[in-house]
Design a protein around this ligand. Sequence first.
Ligand SMILES: [Zn+2]
Length: 330
Amino acid sequence: MRALSLGAALLVLGGCASIGSAPDRSTATVVGESEDFIVAVPVRNETSATLARTYLADATKAWMIEDFNRGARTFAAGQRVVIPRRPWNPAGVEPTGYQLVPILVYHNLGPQSKGRLTLGSGAFAEQMRYLKREGYRVVSLAEFVEWLRLKRQLPRKSVVLTFDDGYHSFRDYAYPVLKQLGFPATLFVYTDYVGAGRNALSWDDLKPLVAEGFDVQAHSKTHGDLRRLAGETDAQYARRMQAELADPPLLFQRQLGHGVQFLAYPYGRFDDALLARVQEQGYAAAFTVRRESNPSFVRPLQISRSQVYSEMTLEQFAKNLNLFHEENLR
Ligand SMILES: [Zn+2]
């Protein structure tokens, strides 16, 4: 009952907030209803967003209607539309295979591309607009991790954006585009780099980004390889891991007022001994760089991410967006 009244309240708010936009309320006839589904027949042509705003009290849930109706974003008058009221397939497993979620990694951005890892701002904006235009849903890293725990269903066309190291160019070139498109993102920063010169983000740069909902997570202290070095004693390795894995969360807590849950391995490198340390330090998920998308059953400390290089064409960029692994699971 409580959920229902909250839903009704949101419905009213949603209606008020969107006055002046295109037809914002569905006039479809409801021909069937259960706890899990609503079956509606539009009287005029409608979009998934209008239906979601009206029946799910949230236009951003349009993906639920689209995913349940084979990707359709518009519905013709007289067409039956099944509207799922709650998640129906949290793991994304189908008889024909299972869902994959790509996580993209960016490094430096600049006015023009330079080297492999500095992507031109124009190309970046083009990639983000491509995601929007093609109906991808950019979800946060926290939402992705909830999906791994089967606590949340993700849109079929989900993608996650991450930015490594903590370059100031994120603020200059990525932030305005992400903000305009409403895309969330995670920054993995190594703490020695924070405030280290004009190419680096400072704590004072990071604070307002966090306040606006951007996520800042750990990427070690020094950006050294976190695997044990040849000749390093137990005590030396323990001390180094204390500095690289345990100290950064304390610094985040002090500077940004929140701890961190996630770690990106420098250079994507890890081994079994490091996995044990990372787990011991309480990181909930850790990220490498392997060019593949992730199923919901990926090992949480070995999550793959695909690097976007400056020389990639839009077509090559799109090849990283693999959303489904086909396999006969009947
Ligand atoms: Zn890095």
